[in-house]
Design a protein around this ligand. Structure first.
Ligand code: ZN
Length: 376
């Protein structure tokens, strides 16, 4: 049984559903301390975060970024084997977190141990940053750690996130950015009344139609570098009492914007509110800013990753900015170049989440090769 497989199984057996860490970070810190890393445990609110460093800060700092928490497994009976009992069938390891992302975290630690053993006097600093609040609200996790780093003046040059990014084969996709995400909950106020007496009511559905159409049909931009165009999607819309002879007094709408670096959240808020105001609506709106977009242009990190991944996948990786958001959104604003490289993501957040044992066993070599390119 290989080291990385053993460690991944030990992590899966700890049921660390967000925001619980269930002892994962203590296990990992023990390994890293034995390898010469300095470990700082940052408990923020309900959330455990681990900052482990090796080397000196007179050179570049490379951070391996990951999370020890997992999404809930749902009913265990839907799984072929218990989600928190790591099980291998036909060369595939099953368990909650196998792909997202306990396998990557175990591979980070094994790669870090091997790298510092081979290069005890390496240049710069190698660091691991692990949180137990990535899959949840992500408030007391890397977001707050990044605030703390900003206060301390902690410098980060490069950041490799281990999120499962590969499509069909390990290393076939290199994530070089992510879109921003901004959500809104809109209430349009009208006056309730009888449908037979519309002059005595104000129908918020009718009043809002033009504004919603303007928001939904707007072409926000034509894309940015490898980013797709910014998109606004209405996800929920609700009004009415259930009776077909009552004009409702309120309309509730939820929508979300996924946006590229042409925009930031403040400017999108202004634009949307201007559209609503231009239609003369009486409204309240509550915004949730999930994270600004980030983009890592061509440079040292991208070039190193492209070469290493090509060696593993047998062909140059696709370089993509697709997918949802990740914790890299909090590290990029510190001035770091960020990329994401991890195992195949086909089963993440699903029942019977899994990772191929062969991919898992190759991951430490992949991360170690990347670290060596940057710090050896
Ligand atoms: Zn994840």
């Amino acid at each position: 049984m290989s080291d990385v497989l053993d460690l991944t199984r030990d992590l899966i057996a700890r049921p660390s559903v967000t925001p619980r860490d269930a002892g994962c970070q203590a296990l990992l810190a023990g390994r890293l301390e034995a390898a010469g890393f300095e470990c700082e445990h940052l408990r923020l609110g309900e959330v455990d975060n681990l900052w482990a460093t090796h080397g000196r800060d007179d050179g570049p700092t490379l951070v391996l970024l990951g999370h020890t928490d997992v999404v809930p497994p749902g009913p265990a009976s839907a799984w072929r084997s218990d989600p928190f009992e790591p099980t291998i069938r036909d060369g595939v390891l099953y368990g909650r977190g196998a792909a997202d992302m306990k396998g990557s975290v175990a591979a980070f630690v094994v790669a870090a141990e091997r790298f510092v053993a081979a290069h005890p006097g390496h240049r710069g600093r190698l660091a691991l940053l692990l949180t137990s609040d990535e899959e949840g609200d992500a408030i007391d996790g890397v977001r707050r750690v990044a605030d703390l780093f900003r206060e301390r003046g902690e410098r980060i040059d490069w950041c490799i996130t281990g999120e499962p990014s590969s499509k069909a084969r390990l290393g076939d996709l290199l994530r070089v950015g992510r879109r921003g995400s901004l959500s809104a909950r809109l209430s349009v106020h009208g006056v309730q009344g009888h449908v037979a007496y519309p002059d005595k009511a104000r129908n918020p559905i009718h009043l809002a139609l033009a504004a919603l159409d303007a928001l939904a049909s707007r072409r926000w931009d034509d894309g940015y570098e490898s980013f797709p165009p910014t998109s606004l999607q209405i996800s929920n819309i609700h009004a009415g009492t259930g009776a077909n002879n009552v004009i409702p007094g309120e309309l509730e709408v939820m929508f979300n914007l996924r946006y590229n670096p042409h925009w930031n959240a403040d400017r999108l808020v202004d634009e949307c509110e201007a559209v609503l105001a231009a239609q003369g609506l009486d409204f309240d709106i509550h915004w949730h800013r999930s994270g600004e977009p980030f983009f890592t242009p061509e440079g040292t990190l991208r070039a190193a990753a492209r070469e290493v991944l090509a060696g593993f996948a047998g062909a140059a990786p696709e370089e993509s900015t697709g997918g949802g958001t990740s914790d890299a959104r909090f590290i990029a604003p510190l001035g770091a170049q960020c990329i994401e490289v991890g195992p195949v993501n086909a089963s993440i957040h699903q029942v019977d989440e899994n990772v191929a044992v062969a991919d898992l066993e190759a991951l430490p070599d992949l991360y170690q090769a990347l670290v060596a390119r940057l710090l050896a």
